[in-house]
Ligand binder design. Structure first.
Ligand code: E4P
Length: 219
């Protein structure tokens, strides 16, 4: 499963890419993350594209087909690894279809149902982004949606990749991997939490304590 970072914070993404042993396969942003960063979208997407050797999702903000198409083309022109993100609306899917036919990679976002995901695949999306955390927040089962979409895509051999979004904790990441999701996009703190287990820390402390008693050095 590919791991993307869900952030528009250049220093965070850069630190994870450098320290991540090749574990980071891409980045996703959205208008809220760009707003939080305080940066200009074009500059920020260009910076992220230069740091990451993989797809960087940049989202349109127009809601009509023509507007989305223009914005999508402008975003795609920023760098070769831009993936244009469009919302899962009728106009967004029209835009996905048009951009995909021109060879632009499209991520259809804000997906909350298998029916929506079916349309995204048929519209030629490179990625579909179901939001598991936001579904969990309202008492639904986010991971069940991932399972349903994967079943459906496998039945028809759709090329669209399922990008698990709105990830809240490491449990979501493991569940996504067990289901065979193609990608999960992680807030930086969830990515860092993947390394962690209290028994690892405790075990290492005990090993080092015992080692100190031997007064040996390896080198
Ligand atoms: C990623 O593409 C999504 O925009 C993001 O994962 C949404 O996460 P949130 O529900 O935590 O805002």
């Amino acid at each position: 499963m590919k791991l993307f970072i869900d952030s528009a914070d250049v220093s965070e993404v850069s630190a994870l890419v450098k320290g991540g042993l090749g574990l980071i396969d891409g980045v996703t942003t959205n208008p809220s993350l760009i707003a939080q960063s305080g940066a200009s979208i074009r500059e920020r997407i260009a910076e992220l594209c230069a740091i990451v050797d993989g797809p960087v999702s940049a989202e349109v903000t127009a809601t009509d087909f023509e507007g989305m198409l223009k914005e999508g083309k402008a975003l795609a022109a920023i760098a070769e690894n831009v993936t244009v993100k469009v919302p899962l609306t009728e106009q967004g899917l029209r835009c996905c279809y048009a951009l995909s036919r021109e060879g632009v990679a499209v991520n259809v976002t804000l997906c909350f149902s298998p029916a929506q995901a079916l349309l995204a695949a048929k519209a030629g999306a490179c990625f579909v982004s179901p939001f598991v955390g936001r579904l969990d927040d309202i008492g639904h089962d986010g991971m069940l949606l991932i399972e349903e979409i994967l079943d459906m895509y496998r039945a028809y051999d759709f090329a669209t990749e399922v990008l698990v979004a709105s990830v809240r904790h490491t449990g979501h990441v493991v569940a996504a991997a067990r289901l065979g999701a193609h990608v999960a996009t992680l807030p930086p703190k969830v990515f860092r939490a993947l390394y962690k287990h209290p028994l690892t820390d405790r075990g290492l402390e005990a090993f080092l304590e015992d080692w100190r008693k031997t007064k040996q050095t390896i080198l």
